[in-house]
Design a protein around this ligand. Sequence first.
Ligand SMILES: [Zn+2]
Length: 277
Amino acid sequence: MFNSELLLNSVDAGRYTTNSKSIQFGPWNISYDVSCILPSVCSTKVVCERDDDQFCQFCIYTKELKIPHFPDMVFPRNILKLAHESGAGICFNPLDSLRCVASRIEAIEVACAEAWQEARPEAEKPKRPFDWTFSTDYKGTLTDNIVVENTDEHINFDLLKQKEQILFYHDLTLFEDELHDHGVSKLSVKIRVMPSYWYVLLRYFLRVDDVLVRANETRMFHLLNTDYVLREYTVKEAQAKDLNMPTSHMKEADDVIPILPVKEKLTHKLIVNIPSN
Ligand SMILES: [Zn+2]
């Protein structure tokens, strides 16, 4: 079971999920939930204050996360799950992604931190500085029985471009913040299931207007009848002044990500079906 499944048992869980869908793909059950937005306050104070391990979603986020503020829009039950019949599983959820937001502040963010504070006079000054851009290096949540290995193998992008029938597709937003009109910070995950493979793109996109553009992307690819998933993690980033592109042309992530320089790339093989001896 994923740690994040504690959300399924929150006292207000029934209020959130609005839609779910799933598909069986060989030994995989692939499913997603769509939910409404995380409230900005506790919705069941009487229950949560009893301290008997029953909490609402908001209180779970507050307890589990080290950051003093959450993004404007968090979709707590927008979850993509890929469960293998061996018991292995991969999941993408906002709570785990926000666990990866640094509680330290980076130099580039300092330039805009004052603007952020001015734009939120109601916000209590954070007791310690944190990364208010919510930059996350989250690469998905894996069950313990998945073995992660380095590999030289790469995702076959030619195969991804081939025209095949799409069996299953969805694009889920995990969280989003407009940085109080200073740009956008957004984490989303897309799933595509084709007759011979499944493919996931988890994308964190940050645009601090006139300052910085950043994309942390995790791609996962699984070919039918293999026992592993390829995972490619790429960090791309540029200072706005180094991009020959006005901010107005960077509204969509797809407009600017292709021209960003790659800062880091990691490729791993996730072995999902370990034979038991
Ligand atoms: Zn609560």
